[in-house]
Write a protein that binds this ligand. Structure first.
Ligand SMILES: [Zn+2]
Ligand SMILES: [Zn+2]
Length: 338
């Protein structure tokens, strides 16, 4: 399902199977999570360097073809995350911050992603997945979970944590934060009682409208919604010394605000991308803490519906494309073209 023109629906393209180059693997995609970043690319808010492009960067699949020099064996189950490749040589890569590598390439933006039956990935950037987590539940861990985890680490060690925008990321962070003994305060669109109830079900101690003040001052807040206007209410909700983390890759402009709202040694920062270390750390935590995605499945062919439903906020949890192309490949070679 390829993007040919920003602002237009994805198109079902037929392409030949890709081949793995040195250091790469071809993966048969089983499931691919739907992320708000995909929407930003499809809507043209993030410019793709080349079109047509297959978006999707939360890929769960099995290796079908390891390229030259690759240790992974056919049949190995892997996760392909947003960070497709980093140079390994620059100042950022050498200091454990490959997420900031200026030459980094990203899955579903710089290279084709997982809204497809097959994907090519750099073997060194594939993540091993905990065995007991099913494909559709593992996929959302690969960005929603990972970025959420990185944002939570950047928030310090908060006892009271606010989550602004209770979507795919927040519903996973909420579970991880609870496991770590934190109190979660969930902020949603005004009057969104369905999502507020979902947050309370997942263990949030409080849920309310984004502009509302929490019952207690927060130690930190993470903003997942791509809405710059949430920075002010979030800063007002955190105590002096508290931190507000912007976790999205794209956000509408942040309105100007009185310095007094930042003063008191409040910190406002962003989180960008992820490292492989984040991946290993979070996937281990997810297994230990029984962090479970609530997947909302769509067949690959309905990728446009999945994106539109995400845009409109029609579901809670995480949208996941389920790819069943492999079953159709049971036919003898050449049968399709006969
Ligand atoms: Zn680098
Ligand atoms: Zn993502």
């Amino acid at each position: 399902m390829a993007l040919h023109s920003p602002g237009e629906a994805l198109v079902a393209d037929q392409r030949p199977d890709p081949a793995a180059g040195p250091g790469q693997v071809v993966v048969a995609v089983k499931a691919c999570g739907v992320c708000r970043t995909d929407l930003h690319v499809v809507d043209g808010e993030l410019a793709a360097p080349a079109l047509p492009l297959v978006v999707g960067h939360q890929i769960v699949g099995t290796v079908v073809q390891p390229g030259p020099g690759v240790q992974l064996q056919p049949g190995a189950r892997v996760g392909v995350p947003w960070l497709a490749w980093a140079c390994g040589e620059c100042e950022y890569c050498r200091s454990g911050r490959e997420n900031l590598c200026p030459r980094a390439r990203f899955t579903g933006l710089d290279v084709d992603g997982g809204y497809a039956e097959r994907a090519v990935a750099a073997a060194d950037f594939c993540l091993p997945l905990p065995e007991d987590i099913p494909d559709t539940e593992a996929a959302p861990l690969l960005c929603a979970g990972l970025i959420g985890h990185r944002a939570l680490r950047r928030a310090g060690d908060p006892r009271r944590l606010g989550l602004y925008g209770f979507g795919a990321s927040a519903h996973l962070v909420c579970q991880a934060a609870r496991f770590e003994g934190r109190e979660v305060y969930a902020f949603t669109r005004a009057g969104d009682s369905r999502t507020q109830a979902f947050a309370l079900e997942l263990g949030a101690v409080w849920a309310g409208d984004a502009e509302a003040a929490p019952p207690e001052p927060l130690d930190a807040a993470i903003i997942f919604a791509p809405v710059g206007a949430l920075v002010r209410p979030a800063l007002r909700a955190v105590r002096p010394g508290g931190t507000v983390v912007c976790a999205g890759i794209h956000m509408s402009d942040i309105p100007s605000f009185p310095y007094a709202e930042l003063w008191g040694e409040r910190t406002l920062c962003s989180v960008a991308n992820l490292t492989r270390a984040d991946g290993r750390e979070f996937l281990a935590l997810a297994a230990r803490a029984h962090v479970r995605a609530h997947p909302v499945p769509y067949p690959l062919e309905r990728a446009n519906d999945a994106l539109n439903d995400l845009r409109a906020g029609r579901y809670d949890g995480a949208g996941v494309l389920v790819v069943e192309g492999e079953s159709r490949r049971g036919e003898p070679a050449g049968a399709n073209g006969a």
